[in-house]
Ligand binder design. Structure first.
Ligand code: AMP
Length: 194
């Protein structure tokens, strides 16, 4: 952790130095005085991580970043795959959430899962699209977060997921959080604080 009573700076090799204020007693005149003690601290990356840790950004709630459910393209468990494919193609998204009749998140479906499910030995069996339901092929193991989750937790979760479904206390679907909105905020934070 960086000390508030210290000055940090980069040297020409991008190493971070820390100059600390220290209180000492001068034996001859019995008075306290300050002097500055220098120490090598770390590289640019260490400094960046410390700055992020100290900022309020990491403990902020994600609620402001959520794309509300009315604006999220989704399908339902019993929809046939031709319907899901239509929504995916027309919306332009690679994957979208799957909800049940009570508006709870049950999984997500992507173009890849749909095409994989109709892959025959020699061709894509398009005629089967209408007979298979979304529930049969969707991905069930997906990350979910609550609206009061911290930005720090959302950032970690987003590393492996382009979007995360957000639920309220009753597990109803609230909306989604995209990795791009998380990165945009981190980027804005660093632009402002340099
Ligand atoms: P983006 O960061 O905007 O590219 O979004 C990342 C992923 O989140 C997209 O590929 C979609 O899978 C999903 N997504 C983003 N916005 C929506 C939306 N309005 N409706 C459904 N899915 C979305």
């Amino acid at each position: 952790m960086l000390d508030k009573n210290a000055i940090q700076f980069y040297d020409k090799d991008e190493k971070v130095w820390e100059l600390k204020k220290k209180r000492v007693t001068d034996q001859r005149c019995n008075q306290s005085s300050h002097f500055v003690e220098g120490s090598f601290y770390g590289g640019r990356e260490t400094m960046t991580i410390d700055r992020l840790k100290q900022s309020q950004l990491m403990s902020k709630e994600i609620s402001d970043l959520i794309i509300s459910h009315e604006k999220v393209a989704h399908v339902q468990l019993q929809n046939p795959l031709d319907h899901a494919l239509l929504i995916l193609i027309k919306s332009g998204y690679t994957a979208i959430p799957v909800l049940d009749n009570d508006f709870r998140v049950r999984g997500q479906i992507s173009k890849n899962e749909i095409l994989d499910s109709i892959l025959g030995l020699e061709r894509l069996e398009i005629e089967r699209l209408h007979d298979i339901t979304v529930e049969t092929v969707m991905k069930k193991k997906i990350p979910r977060l609550k609206t009061d989750t911290t930005f720090s937790k959302a950032l970690t979760t987003s590393i492996n997921h382009p979007f995360i479904c957000i639920e309220d206390e009753e597990a109803s679907f609230v909306g989604i959080l995209t990795r791009s909105s998380i990165l945009a905020l981190v980027n804005r934070y660093f632009q402002q604080s340099t």
